[in-house]
Design a protein around this ligand. Structure first.
Ligand code: SAH
Ligand code: SF4
Length: 387
């Protein structure tokens, strides 16, 4: 079987070149062709020796993910759904803003953490993505956008691991993928522009801090253990005090010397003024008394039917933000982007997975085999978007 070169960080690619009997430095050229130029055809890599190109053609491939669908929002947000096989789909979302362009990517198909308010969590866990599947989301989006915008310089300036999955429950694959993003011969993104978001995998927060200290976002959602136990079940394993101490340890290496806390606003659940005050008290107990050790990002809940939860009204979100800001904690409210294309965590892939399950059942009944995901993708567009 040919090796998929998207699976390799530069060090792994250098080892691969050595196995082919080539000098390690060839890997730099190859890596730049793949990630900086978006090439997946070895014949196009004209400054590589013909003999090497021939070897590559028999031993390697640059394997993109198959796109099931692409949805564009009126605000410029683009959401892609990718087929990762066996009925699983994952998503990536491009969010252009005045001063940056962010790509939100997935780390797993489904998620085992099972947060109450998260559509990915409701789907359950299917499998970890490989390095190549994680990198392929950026590779595809970056080079698609360059073509579309007619640019040959970098389009995507920031990457956030806030799509499907818990990145720190797939550390072995996420770490090399981060290295590809940061590598000057790869995407050359700075550590402060790559964010790993975690629901609180404490041991791996420490490892990330040692191995590759990118920006860290921690999904908090509640200032008390008994509520967080319900919303983010991982809290039963790593309760708030343990989590906050891990955040303090991460501070020593965190870009910009701060941690971002995400807090999804759920009406009547975690959005009251007394919750805001408890959150102020919690954050005040850590960070060595320095208010600027963290910032809070309030996320208006993106509802989905099975959750039974409701988005807090904007006035409530604003009031909550004011209490935090008045206490000296920098707090922002996330703009809802791509609302018309359902560009929230796990939303669209959830639909496809459900449809796929239905189709599998139908297929069994009729004993007909079809190209499952392809038809599921079409079905999903029909049902979800009415197109
Ligand atoms: N598993 C990681 C990263 C993926 S989720 C984590 O939990 O941090 C990325 C962010 O989206 C998290 O902060 C998560 O709480 C939030 N999120 C999940 N479902 C949501 C929903 N329905 N509405 C708004 N935010 C949601
Ligand atoms: Fe998993 Fe994050 Fe969703 Fe929780 S919010 S279920 S950790 S993807």
């Amino acid at each position: 079987m040919r090796a998929n070169l998207l699976e390799y960080d530069l060090e792994a690619l250098a080892r691969f070149c050595e196995r082919l009997g080539e000098k390690r430095f060839r890997a730099v050229q190859l890596f730049r062709w793949i990630h900086q130029r978006g090439a997946n055809d070895f014949d196009a890599m004209t400054d590589l020796a013909k003999s090497l190109r021939e070897k590559l053609k028999t031993a390697a491939i640059v394997q993109p993910l198959a796109v099931i669908s692409q949805h564009e929002s009126s605000d410029g947000t683009i959401k892609w759904l990718f087929n990762v096989g066996a009925g699983d789909a994952i998503e990536a979302v491009y969010i252009p803003e005045a001063d940056r362009a962010t790509l939100c990517i997935s780390s797993q198909a489904g998620c085992a953490v099972g947060c109450r308010f998260c559509s990915t969590g409701h789907q359950g866990f299917s499998r970890n993505l490989t390095v190549g599947e994680i990198v392929a989301q950026l590779w595809y989006a970056e080079h698609f956008l360059r073509k579309r915008l007619g640019r040959d310089d970098r389009v995507i300036s920031n990457v956030v691991m806030m799509g499907m999955g818990e990145p720190l429950q797939n550390y072995a694959e996420v770490l090399p993928a981060l290295r590809v993003m940061l590598d000057d011969h790869g995407y050359g993104l700075s550590r402060r522009r790559v964010t790993v978001s975690t629901s609180g995998m404490v041991p791996f927060m420490d490892r990330l801090g040692r191995d590759c200290p990118v920006a860290l976002a921690v999904s908090l959602h509640a200032p008390q253990d008994h509520l967080r136990d319900e919303l983010v079940p991982l809290n039963r394993k790593h309760p708030l005090d343990e989590l906050m101490q891990a955040c303090e340890r991460y501070l020593a290496v965190a870009p910009r010397d701060l941690i971002t806390f995400e807090y999804c606003m759920l009406q009547g659940v975690n959005d009251t003024s007394s919750m805001a005050q408890e959150l102020v008290a919690l954050l005040g107990r850590y960070g060595g008394g320095r208010k600027s050790w963290c910032k809070v990002n309030l996320i208006p809940f993106n509802p989905f039917p099975a959750s039974g939860l409701v988005r807090s009204p904007m006035a409530v979100v604003q009031a909550f933000a004011r209490i935090l800001n008045d206490a000296g904690i920098v707090t922002t409210v996330r703009k809802t982007r791509g609302d018309d294309i359902d560009a929230a965590c796990g939303q669209l892939a959830g639909e496809v997975k459900d449809r796929t399950a239905v189709m599998v059942r139908m297929d069994r009944r009729k004993s007909v085999s079809t190209d499952l995901l392809k038809s599921a993708g079409e079905k999903s567009s029909e049902l979800v978007y009415g197109v």
